[in-house]
Design a binder for this molecule. Structure first.
Ligand code: ZN
Length: 350
């Protein structure tokens, strides 16, 4: 099957690869013709560095995990989907009998098989076989391009769920990358009255600031804490989402928070960072962390279907499958105005 293969660090090729083992259909699986795949920061990280923490690319690996497609075949026991259904796929498959799965935290199953996390192949290929339980039908008016945005949006939605946002709350998101912006949109959908988003890149803030309810703050021109105080009558934000992963963002982060507020750690810093515990205690702050997401895919699709969340403006450019390598080279440049780049594996699928 044709696939975009990361041969090793900094070497990608669009070539034939044997995925026979991956294409074995079980009774609860569906076979899907791939339509759109978004390029994620993690894909780019594997491309540039050949590893993320303990996950090392030791053999050629197909990239991609933000996916949508069209069902072409369903297993004998599948009732929820049929051939022709347009779908998006949740990329992490846990062992359903693991303790983590049984306790409702399937994303934390140590045995989870997540697309494009070595040694598991990703989905930048023409077809995949996937469990029906992790495959979600898209309503007619939600495009396949939007379907491939559900994966990164799920991260934001999981963060907003963990934050337990109350109606009208003020949230702050530090970092206006794709995940930060989608976290801000998830916070608004969860009921936040306003979401302040900060970054050093003016282009990123411009894109996020086009959404009603999102207040962009350029860290180069205004101290974030002053702006948050101004907007909250000196009280602080009910929720702060740290979505930059930048060690600097952790300095004084509790100053942004209202008493009894919640800090949600979304971004992954490059190494250990320090948090001011006493500042957290003085406010009885609650600190939450997230690892990917669980139980939010259907809700994410529902928010797109209702029109409450519009992710279309965040798709900056779409490349053909033949241009996949060029798409990754552009993603690796990290242009600030590029929020999400997508690859149209199937040209006709929109
Ligand atoms: Zn992703």
């Amino acid at each position: 099957m044709k696939a975009l293969v990361l041969e090793e660090k900094l070497r990608l090729s669009l070539r034939e690869i044997d995925l026979t083992a991956e294409m074995k259909m079980g009774p609860r699986d569906v076979r899907i013709r791939m339509a759109r795949v978004g390029i994620c920061g993690s894909d780019v990280h594997y491309y540039k560095h050949g590893r993320i923490g303990p996950f090392v690319v030791n053999q050629p690996m197909v990239l991609g995990h933000e996916a949508s497609g069209v069902v072409v075949e369903v297993g004998k026991e599948v009732k929820s989907l049929k051939a022709g259904d347009r779908v998006c796929m949740e990329p992490g498959i846990p062992d359903p009998t693991s303790r983590a799965s049984l306790e409702g935290h399937y994303n934390l199953d140590p045995a989870v098989r997540f697309w494009a996390t070595p040694p598991i192949h990703g989905c930048l290929c023409t077809e995949v076989v996937h469990p029906a339980a992790f495959t979600f039908k898209l309503p007619d008016h939600v495009s396949l391009a939007e379907g491939a945005m559900v994966e990164p949006f799920a991260v934001g939605l999981h963060a907003a769920t963990k934050a337990q946002i109350k109606p009208g709350a003020t949230a702050v998101v530090t970092g206006a990358g794709p995940i930060g912006t989608m976290t801000a949109l998830a916070a608004l959908a969860a009921g936040a009255g306003q979401v302040v988003i900060s970054d050093v890149a003016a282009e990123k803030l411009k894109i996020a600031g086009r959404y009603a309810g999102i207040v962009p703050v350029d860290l180069g021109s205004a101290p974030l804490v002053e702006r948050v105080k101004e907007l909250t009558g000196g009280w602080g934000a009910d929720v702060v989402f740290e979505a930059s992963g930048s060690p600097r963002a952790f300095e004084g982060i509790f100053e942004l928070l209202a008493p009894s507020g919640t800090l949600v750690l979304v971004g992954m810093p490059p190494g250990p960072v320090s948090l001011d515990v006493v500042a957290a205690q003085a406010k009885e702050a609650r600190v939450e962390t997230i690892f990917r997401y669980a139980n939010v895919y259907a809700k994410a699709v529902a928010l797109l279907a209702s029109g409450k969340v519009d992710l279309k403006p965040l798709i900056s450019a779409t490349f053909s499958f033949a241009e996949s390598v060029a798409a990754f080279e552009r993603a690796a440049e990290g242009r600030p105005a590029d929020v999400k780049l997508q690859i149209a594996v199937e040209e006709s699928a929109r």
